[in-house]
Design a binder for this molecule. Structure first.
Ligand SMILES: Cc1ncc(COP(=O)(O)O)c(C=O)c1O
Length: 365
């Protein structure tokens, strides 16, 4: 099948670019002796996870229980980097196959007590990472004393096992030059926190960090044993704005068709917010909700559910009804989640199609 035969809007992944992105990250991690535990929330697809594991990933990181269930078919080493709170969530986690060496990240005594009770009832050991807030201010304990208190509590609650610490440097998203100072600060903080754990006799076996924008600088953070980048497989406008990837590294696009040119200064494509999501770029990172691969000056300036409005005011391009375009989304993880299937292409040939098997919640009733 050729790409022009696909009904639009539809997600299309350039397999050569995907392979290159997978290779680059795997090589970086191997070269620096850092474990790669990719976050699968970007692709939610066994097809891509398999490629990550084949290239040496030490395990997989998930956020949702459904992601963990799907990925448990591929690896015995699953990290759920999300606080395991609530009986229903815990029941599902404990229902993962017994061969899975489950690990979770958490930041409260309540989460530890709930997990300990569930793990005891299920008779399964669960490794615990203490989530530390090293600057993002989302989850994670904010003091070393609290982190050590929680780690100690974990050691007192078998079958829980204190495995180490977890942090997410999601606050560092600026361009390369502006990343230097926050990265240096992060390195200093990691050093201080790890020294305190050592002093308390609780040396973390695993120190898990890493995002896509900071991934290739992870070796500058002393003590980090593994990283969890996710977006690097596909990349998007947000990642390009940080300099961590080039435009040519964006593997994922939405293929769309021009359906109207009736209003001067714009064209309408069949990819609206139900195809592209409605995530704005960070302030200063650019405008619009996506940009055209072949006409970078053209952005999706507005959207209805099924209409995307292309801003032609800075372009000499004169689209016609029926023309096809490929759009790089702002935040690809959200867009993946909107789709059941992905088309893998090389050039104009559609080589394969794979399900986004871990999308949605698939709550069991
Ligand atoms: C806890 C955690 N780890 C890793 C990642 C992956 O980071 P990135 O999206 O920059 O690849 C995320 C992303 O949201 C995350 O929340």
């Amino acid at each position: 099948m050729q790409i022009h035969e696909l009904e639009t809007p539809t997600p299309v992944v350039d397999l050569d670019v995907l392979d290159r992105n997978l290779d680059r990250m795997a090589r970086y991690a191997a070269d620096h002796g850092i474990g790669l535990r990719p976050h699968i929330k970007t692709h939610k697809s066994p097809r891509v996870a398999r490629e990550q594991l084949a290239r040496g990933a030490v395990g997989l990181t998930c956020a949702t229980t459904h992601e963990a269930e799907v990925m448990a078919d591929l690896t015995d080493d699953v990290l759920v980097a999300y606080p395991p709170v609530g009986d229903a969530r815990l029941r599902r986690l404990m229902g993962l196959p017994a061969r899975v060496n489950l690990m979770v990240a958490l930041d409260s005594a309540e989460a530890i007590e709930g997990l300990a009770a569930a793990a005891k009832e299920a008779g399964r050991p669960v490794r615990v990472l203490i989530e530390c807030d090293l600057g993002m201010h989302r989850v994670g304990v904010t003091s070393i004393e609290e982190a050590i208190r929680l780690a100690r509590l974990v050691t007192e609650r078998p079958p829980l096992v204190f495995a180490g610490v977890n942090f997410y440097p999601g606050h560092i998203r600026s361009g390369e030059a502006d990343r230097k100072a926050p990265l240096a600060q992060l390195g200093q903080d990691v050093r201080t926190w790890l020294a305190a754990f050592d002093k308390a006799g609780l040396k973390p076996g695993i120190v898990s960090g890493g995002s896509t924008p900071t991934a290739f600088e992870s070796h500058q953070l002393p003590g980090v044993t593994e990283i969890r980048p996710g977006t690097y497989v596909y990349n998007d406008r947000e990642i390009v704005s940080t300099g961590a990837a080039a435009r040519e590294d964006c593997a994922f696009t939405i293929l769309a068709t021009v359906v109207s040119t009736a209003v001067p200064g714009q064209a309408v494509v069949d990819a609206g917010c139900k195809a592209l999501g409605r995530e704005p770029l960070r302030v200063g990172a650019g405008s619009g909700f996506g940009e055209l691969v072949d006409h970078p000056e053209v952005v999706v300036k507005g959207m209805s559910e099924e209409h995307g409005i292309l801003d032609l005011t800075s372009s000499t391009w004169k689209p016609k009804v029926g023309d096809r375009v490929r759009i790089i989304p702002n935040h690809v993880c959200i867009v993946t989640h909107l789709n059941d299937f992905i088309h893998g292409v090389r050039g104009d040939r559609v080589e394969t199609i794979w399900p986004v098997a871990a999308r949605g919640r698939a709550a069991k009733v």
